[in-house]
Design a protein around this ligand. Sequence first.
Ligand code: NAD
Ligand code: IPM
Ligand code: MN
Length: 356
Amino acid sequence: MQKHILVIPGDGIGPEVTTWGKAVLEKIAEKFGHDFTYDEALMGHAGIEATGSPLPDETLEKAKASDAILFGAIGHIKYDNDPSAKVRPEQGLLKIRKELGLYANLRPIMLFDELLDASSLKPEVLKGTDILFFRELTGDVYFGEKKRSEDRNTASDLMIYHRYEVERIARKAYEAARVRGKRLCSVDKANVLEASRLWREVVQELATQYPDVETEHMFIDNAAMQLVKNPKKFDVVLTANLFGDILTDEASQIAGSMGMLASASVGDGTGFFEPIHGSAHDIAGQDKANPLASILSVALMLEISFGLKEEAKQVTEAIDKVLKAGYRTGDIADANTDKAKILGTTAMGQKVLEYL
Ligand code: NAD
Ligand code: IPM
Ligand code: MN
């Protein structure tokens, strides 16, 4: 199979983990006789430094011309601590999502049994959890009008949804629920927010078209609690952009670490694959980042964008074998981990290649 992949490493640990995502793609291509070609482009702080823009035009052109995109992370502490900065790394990520029409962000909470003790939650609460989040990605308070009063003392971000935006992601979530556990939980704040009332109305209407799927509506505050109380109760979770952002970071603790959660952003055009984590200033440049979320993002790319199910399965199985053999990065190590088997980013990446 011939495919052209754009790699956007980004900032902080982005390049460190993406190196291993790409290495896994190369290994898969070699093993299965695929012809994958690669290009690289700048985004975030790296884009600002080189061109003044967090999403240089050239990056967007290359993205549109590729068959899939592997992204690392963006972000720099300099902007995190400067609320007045007008140009920010995150704008690059938001813009590329919008420009590519990536309205559906799939975030699977896949739990490797070997990591049951890596979580701060009890193993018996976690075991058997398998959730697929559908986070809406191009609407909500993220993209509504932003305002700041002239005296700078008042600020607002408009939370806005259009019917078609809710409908298209809800449909995707229902289609997935249909071939999974047949349960869909739509999370909103319809007791307070008008945008959520539209959300609930649209999901209720769509529910009648999917009688084989059991629909539940839950308020975001309750969902945040239920997720750690009894994660097994969830199958497909459908939610808006901001709620999905927050709930999935919380859910990463079910899988053991932020370094374990991959995501696929899909919609109108080229698929975009990225870990859910950020540039992690606290560990950047120290060979400490867990590359497995990037490697799992590659598995999602192989399956979703290229339809290469067996290849994707082998990537996930290689990770499973590495974990079964006792190897861990620091973030997923626990009291029982053999200290000699706690690896850095590079050694973990190499282990996965070895087991592939
Ligand atoms: P973060 O996800 O970067 O880090 C949160 C915590 O998780 C940190 O303690 C970090 O060390 C840990 N962590 C994250 N990824 C890890 C990995 N692969 N292995 C081991 N540990 C890992 O979130 P943050 O600290 O809130 O944000 C840092 C910067 O990243 C900010 O500038 C933010 O805007 C940006 N950000 C970018 C993205 C993205 O590019 N998709 C996502 C989230 C945050
Ligand atoms: C994510 C990130 C982004 C988001 C930021 C960096 C814009 O947190 O991909 O989850 O909020 O969507
Ligand atoms: Mn996030």
